[in-house]
Design a protein. Structure first.
Length: 130
């Protein structure tokens, strides 16, 4: 096994985690471009602070944006035939690696799920904690 596939196996999931958190930031900037302050970036976690409290639907959109974007990309890849091409190329494990990386990107963490399902409660608990 060469160093190329090994580097891809190690770095692609890390890249997907970074892109997952970056998608939250992009969605937050789209929803309320002026009022987003980046409070802290803990490894594998992002903490956003808003000058103005976003609405319930905006909070849901921000929390679930990686799942929405990931599902859209998956549908586009299957519909366009790109996924069939990926399954045919070498190395043979590329499709399995991309499935796992897609899961890493599009997963909904417990914090995302809590903010997506009960946004008022999630926002209230953040206000109490500050």
């Amino acid at each position: 096994m060469g160093s190329g596939p090994l580097i891809g196996i190690i770095l692609l999931p890390l890249l997907m985690l970074v892109l997952h958190e970056l998608t939250h930031v992009i969605a937050a900037r789209l929803v309320s471009p002026v009022s987003v302050d980046l409070v802290s970036v803990v490894p594998l976690r992002l903490d956003l602070n808003f000058a103005e409290t976003p609405s319930v639907w905006h909070t849901r959109f921000i929390a679930l944006s990686p799942a929405i974007v990931g599902t859209f990309v998956l549908v586009c890849a299957v519909w366009s035939g790109l996924w069939a091409e990926v399954q045919r190329v070498e190395p043979y494990f590329l499709d399995h690696l991309l499935i796992l990386d897609w899961i890493v990107y599009a997963h909904v963490s417990p914090a995302d799920l809590r903010a997506g399902l009960r946004p008022k409660q999630a926002l209230r608990s953040r206000e109490v904690g500050q």
